[in-house]
Design a protein around this ligand. Sequence first.
Ligand code: DGY
Length: 330
Amino acid sequence: MRPKIYITRKIPDAALQKLQESCDVEMWPEEAVPVPREVLEDKIKDADGLFCLLTESVDSTLLSAAPRLKIVSNMAVGYNNIDIAEASRRRIMVTNTPGVLTETTADLTFALLMAASRRIVEASEYLRSGQWTTWSPMQLTGQDIYGATLGIIGMGRIGEALARRALGFNMRVLYYNRSRKQELEASMGLAYAELDSLLGLADFVCLMTPLTPETRHLIGKRELKLMKPTAVLINTARGGIVDEQALYEALREGTIWGAGLDVFEEEPVRLDHPLLTLPNVVTLPHIGSASIRTRTLMAELAARNLLQGLSGQPPEHLVNKDAFAAEENG
Ligand code: DGY
């Protein structure tokens, strides 16, 4: 019998066709509207595989409604939307899409850093709204990037790709990570710093860690106070890493100079969110990996992971390997 797959959003044709070759596929057909939870709860009942996005909460309630489910394939590198412990307990594989989005996400992170520090969005609005009446020495002045100090929190693939870009701007790069990356220190000249000292030294602080119970609100009032009043905070990882109320106050009171945010604790962000009222914040709708090529590759990789898992091969990117290794060894 062909396995049944449910896909929670319209995905690129090439990935869909690959899945249709060997599976019975049902797909939520919309692009701009997420699948309603009740539809997902109904579809999951007889699914062998789920292809989902970071917008779906794959929690214990959903997993308990899915007696046949063998694999959840997330089309994202982050998987904080999935209850991994519960999936492992139920022997459900969880996969993600690392690697293919690294350079695209690093590009966007650097673009956001540049936009926030040189006030690109604000300056464009200034022109369009008719405020540009003359050139003036200190008009719309920002912070220099070339030669500044970049602090990267979380030195994974994307952090490393960001560091490569920063070196082209002659930046000094500090990083904080759970484990030291001595080979990168030697090959790229990066310097390891403890979190508090990185926050005090960096002109730009970029958050590049996954969202876990340990990193939730890693940046709060205390950490923002440690930063320079001229510093810019960039977050293209997950909104929950920052305490948004504390960030709002820090930006309003001038504790830090600016921020660039591609992610929010609650997405889509509410239009009356206080952070959206500040001129010193550049905001984007979670587009870190949003290039045509990369999103296509992510969909294809998510499809491959799913097919591998359903056919009994180890998927290329299995998140909960430990649960399955324990089963094999035990
Ligand atoms: C991810 O993959 O986790 C990003 O947030 C979206 O590409």
